[in-house]
Design a binder for this molecule. Structure first.
Ligand code: FES
Length: 115
């Protein structure tokens, strides 16, 4: 079970939803299922409109999450990720703060999603 808290100036207050870990749902799918207005267009990691900031709340090291080539390229072009952060993600399994909601798979950890 993963707690996902969505936070945005577009929301009256933060909204926490419970995502079942292991379902392999993307963050965007969780947002859509709960009617959270995260922006999106392509749903395929190409447009960058679903870029969100993800903050891991658990005391454990954040779970390493594979960044797709599309996600790396789009986030880099949008200025949301540095070359150093890409290397950290690849070599040390340290996820960068900005992710594409349509590419990010929700894992068993508590996160805050800012958009
Ligand atoms: Fe286009 Fe996620 S919706 S990159």
């Amino acid at each position: 079970m993963a707690n996902v808290t969505f936070s945005s100036p577009e929301l009256k207050k933060d909204i926490t939803v419970y995502a079942t870990a292991g379902d392999c749902h993307t963050l965007l799918a969780v947002a859509k299922a709960n009617k959270i207005p995260v922006e999106f267009e392509c749903e395929n990691g190409e447009c960058g409109s679903c870029a969100v900031e993800v903050i891991v709340l658990t005391n454990k090291q954040p779970m390493g999450m594979h960044l797709t080539e599309k996600e790396k390229t789009v986030l880099k072009l949008a200025g949301k990720i540095t070359k150093a952060q890409i290397e950290e993600a690849e070599l040390k399994d340290i996820p960068p703060p900005w992710r594409l909601a349509c590419q990010y798979i929700v894992r068993d950890e508590e996160i805050v999603v800012k958009f």
